[in-house]
Design a binder for this molecule. Structure first.
Ligand code: ADP
Length: 419
């Protein structure tokens, strides 16, 4: 007797729901095989996947009582019903296998099974056949309805198989990325360490030469010292971030005035701003020293990097304001400019090491994409957080908060520019 429609729909719905809830692939596919056999009123079912290396079909899932006997057996495409279905990408019903040469009889003797009739449908993903789902020995004749049921179950099975394989690929890629990241960090640590010693010698000897040669080759020797010092700065920046990321950095904290720090940094960039006709000013909350226990040198580097960037990315005639205030239990420092701004897509990534908005090939400005990652490391080492708000073409605002009780906090995500 034909199975009730309601029961079929119920089982198919259950299998669909389970696709996203059952974590274990083996359990899920076994449930698909049971549903396939039960809903088509067949004796048993099996699932085969195409194996690229042998170019044959291999049993991926079979009922447990056949597993030992046939799970390692491969099915040739040209001598089996499953192979025919795979190659033609069409369902196939064989009512009497004895009168159809497409049935691969060897399997029957291996599994000690007597196949009388079968229905097989292809497992198709993105239009490509990847395997075959088969049911065997229906009590009556296989009908169109059985094909629809089996095709629905086949599409659930192939989705589960593909999800599983994507998950495995993703895990492998994540592992690879972690590995590459570790190698990159090691490379940076070793290279910067190895470069430091010869560079120190170049600077030392060049300084000595300048004294020896007096005015004669001053221009050339100065150029050597300038370039070598610039290189040293780059290496220092590289190892600073590395040191912070590996947890090797230490803070020399003492009571400092953030108001004073802002004034000092602003004064240090006064000439550079004047040369560019950019107005650079500090706005500090009046009557507030903004005292905090912190490493003044490191905070000065962080703030200098922000001001240096603001000057770099603000065209002539622009304005930069450095602000300091108390906000709840933190000290807030911000550097705001009306320069070129940062595209929304880049905003979340500018604090990454080596990240630059312009491509390094077409880049007009110098730098290695390290300034912000150094600033971030230094602020976070104080238990603070740093973020940027920006609108392309309108300007940027970089803000950092330093907690007065110095408790480490999670870094904040980048936000759009608040006008
Ligand atoms: P770099 O030293 O190469 O400039 P940073 O880490 O300091 O590297 O900055 C990363 C990138 O963020 C810069 O290359 C620039 O594209 C962008 N950026 C930083 N500050 C600003 C700013 N004030 N205005 C516009 N873009 C900025």
């Amino acid at each position: 007797m034909a199975m009730e429609q309601e029961k079929i729909v119920e089982r198919l719905l259950e299998a669909t729901r389970n696709l996203s809830t059952v974590v274990d692939l083996e359990t899920y596919l076994q449930s698909i095989l049971s549903a396939a056999a039960e809903l088509t009123e067949s004796e048993t079912a099996s699932l085969m996947e195409y194996d690229d290396s042998s170019q044959q079909l291999c049993f991926r899932y079979v009922p447990w009582f056949h597993r030992e006997a046939i799970s390692s057996t491969k099915i040739p495409l040209d001598k089996s019903a499953a192979g025919w279905v795979f190659l033609h990408v069409k369902p196939l019903i064989i009512e009497d296998v004895k009168s159809d040469p497409r049935h691969y009889v060897i399997i029957d003797s291996l599994a000690d099974f007597n196949t009388r009739s079968l229905l097989a449908v292809p497992l198709i993903f993105h239009g490509r056949p990847l395997g075959v789902l088969e049911v065997f020995n229906k009590t009556e004749r296989y009908r169109d309805e059985d094909i629809y049921i089996l095709e629905s179950l086949a599409s659930l099975a192939i989705t589960a198989l593909q999800n599983d394989s994507l998950e495995k690929d993703l895990a492998a890629s994540q592992k690879e990325v972690r590995n590459l990241d570790r190698m990159k960090n090691e490379f940076i640590a070793i290279t910067s360490h190895e470069l430091r010693t010869p560079l120190g010698l170049v600077i030392g000897h060049a300084t000595f030469l300048r004294e020896l040669t007096g005015d004669r080759h001053q221009e050339q020797v100065d150029a050597i010292i300038r370039s070598a010092t610039k290189l040293k700065e780059i290496i220092e920046n590289l190892s600073t971030v590395d040191n912070y990321q590996s947890g090797g950095a230490s803070l020399r904290s003492r009571k400092i005035s953030v108001s004073r720090l802002i004034e000092d940094v602003t004064i240090a960039f006064r000439d550079m701003a004047a040369k560019k006709t950019v107005t650079l000013k500090a706005e500090i909350q009046p009557n507030e020293e903004l005292s905090i226990n912190a490493d003044g040198n490191k905070l000065s580097v962080a703030l200098s990097n922000l001001v240096k960037n603001a000057l770099t990315f603000t065209p002539n005639g622009g304005h930069i304001i450095v602000r300091g205030s108390r906000e709840g239990n933190s000290i807030k420092v911000s550097v705001e400019d009306d320069g070129i701004g940062i595209p929304a897509d880049d905003l979340a990534r500018i604090f990454e090491r080596f990240y630059q908005v312009e491509s390094h090939l077409t880049r007009k400005h110098g730098g290695m994409g390290l300034g912000l990652s150094v600033a971030k490391s230094m602020v976070e080492h104080h238990g603070g957080r740093i973020w940027a708000e920006s609108k392309e073409g309108a300007g940027s605002r970089f803000i950092f908060l330093l907690p007065l009780d110095s408790k480490p906090e999670e870094p904040a995500p980048a936000k759009p520019f608040a006008e």
